[in-house]
Design a protein around this ligand. Sequence first.
Ligand code: DC
Length: 211
Amino acid sequence: MIAIDGPAGAGKSTVARLVAKETHLPYLDTGAMYRCVALQALNDNVDPHNQAAVARIASEISIVLEGSATFLNDVDVSNDIRTPEVAAVVSVIAALTPVRDAMRTQQREWIARHGGGVVEGRDIGTVVFPDADVKVFLTASPEERARRRVAQAGGNIDEVAAGISERDHIDSTREDSPLRPAENSVIVDSSGKSIDEVVAEIVNAFEVTRR
Ligand code: DC
């Protein structure tokens, strides 16, 4: 079991998918789960700050993650959860404790069912699976993270940088499981490193635990 946490734009998804491929472990993107709750709240015109209403959504919707596809109530929302509208509200929703409790329960069930995996998020090494074989905190400079997001999804660099820094602020200052490196985590700064280098570093750290 490999836990990969870190801020937006650090390259977690790309790296986690490749690590999963190399280690032949299944891959779980927990951010996609919070994005499903956000998408459903938007679709239902629910105020993201309305804890009771958002909590109800989190407990009622069905989220299924298969490979890199995400299904919300049996509909493939893999693209719909990546819109700027979802990005704008997801941090607020992810700060709500009842939402986090519901998502963590499902994450633990997913791992139990799959017998392990490469799991990426913000609180995987700190709270969800503190006993993971390898805990990675993957980060990069704010400028590099904004540049990567623009290269991937387009947009204005200043607006993207402002959005990322606002999300980081909400994610790392919330009361419930703020984003921070787990105890005994390997801190990997991906600024100026190739994807392959970062993947190799994490795969090596995992292989050492298997010996
Ligand atoms: O990794 P991402 O950008 O898809 O994450 C979307 C949001 O969900 C982001 O604001 C952080 C939050 N999140 C979280 O709080 N805990 C996780 N384990 C994963 C994501």
